[in-house]
Design a binder for this molecule. Sequence first.
Ligand SMILES: [Mg+2]
Length: 165
Amino acid sequence: MTPAAFLDRDGVLIEDTGFPHRPAQARMVPGAWAAVRRLNAAGFFVAVVTNQSGVARGLFGEAEVAAMHLWLREQARAAGARLDAFAHCPFHPTDGTGAYRRESPRRKPGGGMIEDLLRFFPIRREGSLLIGDRATDMGAAAAAGIPGHLFAGGDLDAFVKGIIP
Ligand SMILES: [Mg+2]
């Protein structure tokens, strides 16, 4: 059982340009793959945990989320880094229509995505951490009982270097 690094996606791995949902729109954050390589080398399972309410809002579909995450996984591999898992929450409690308009324990600041990953993969809570760029990310970390680190931009690898042992 290894600890996990839970990474927010938009604003941590890729720039948060406002519901990015196609690889062509993705601008990597400086140092993103070096940061993931560093986490890999330090023995962390690396999982992306991302609210994607753009699905609820009708801006894009689940297929685009899946394609984006496949692309990110391939980009990581090409850079010698490894993204082990992805979790996303397509719901929104008040915006959008239909089945995606609902509360979800998986939506950050809820801890549901982290809890699901802890259940599905051979990872342990102790020693795990989360990196996010919003208060809702910190809320999800707190809900899961792990430290949350607020990334305010800049070089992600320099940030990670400062927080892991
Ligand atoms: Mg974010």
